[in-house]
Write a new protein. Structure first.
Length: 216
């Protein structure tokens, strides 16, 4: 029999990513990963300080899907917009991995590269340091928050999503007009179009506001 493959940080992360995608983030423990790799769980601590360190490395993996390379003749705003759209799309494609980084940035390779690229684009757009940081936080919170909200319908077909949105509109339209007059009046217009289009509209509105305050 040949010797088992040598453990490495990369091999551990690859196995952990496969485990999370198959069974969910809540199943990522040292014990289950040790079983996956056919090794003593304690061996993992030679490569990761603790479970949180492992979770951050696995969560950082999905961020590699975001293309950070500026396009030829792409202005700073188009660059920012595209990176945010790609970040949201990556989160929706891999929600189980993204769940591992909801509470904090990973501070690892892919997240650091994204942060550098986004702040650099804002710098090119004329944002002073403090304004660029405010813009960065606003963009990240909108993008990540939107993906978290839209994850519940992302796996549906367009027809299924529209049927779900129609049920929501029907519920709003059926509210007591004396208690919720404004919501009821707005009901026919709520959740129209795709979640992607609503996000891009919100992103454009946010960018308009950020540009107006970029010298602050």
């Amino acid at each position: 029999m040949g010797r088992p493959p040598t453990l490495s940080r990369e091999r551990i992360v690859d196995a952990a990513v496969a485990l999370v995608e198959r069974r969910g983030a809540e199943q990522l423990t040292v014990r289950t990963l040790g079983e996956e790799l056919g090794c003593d769980p304690s061996a993992l601590y030679r490569h990761f300080r603790n479970v949180d360190d492992l979770h951050r490395a696995v969560g950082d993996h999905f961020l590699s899907d975001v293309d950070l390379t500026p396009r030829p003749r792409e202005g700073w705003r188009s660059n920012v917009r595209r990176m945010c759209i790609e970040l949201r799309a990556a989160q929706l494609r891999q929600p189980r991995l993204a769940a591992l980084v909801h509470s904090a940035p990973t501070r690892l390779g892919n997240e650091l590269a994204f942060t550098e690229a986004l702040l650099a684009a804002l710098h090119r757009g004329g944002f002073r340091p403090a304004a660029s940081v405010r813009a960065y936080h606003a963009l990240i919170e909108l993008t990540v928050g939107s993906a978290a909200i839209d994850a519940t319908v992302a796996g549906m077909s367009p027809a299924e999503r529209e049927a779900e949105y129609q049920r929501w509109r029907d519920d709003y339209a059926a509210l007591d007009a004396n208690r919720f007059p404004v919501v009821r009046a707005a009901a026919p217009h709520l959740y129209r179009g795709s979640a992607d289009a609503r996000f891009e509209d919100a992103l454009d509105l946010l960018l308009d506001g950020l540009v107006a305050r970029r010298k602050a």
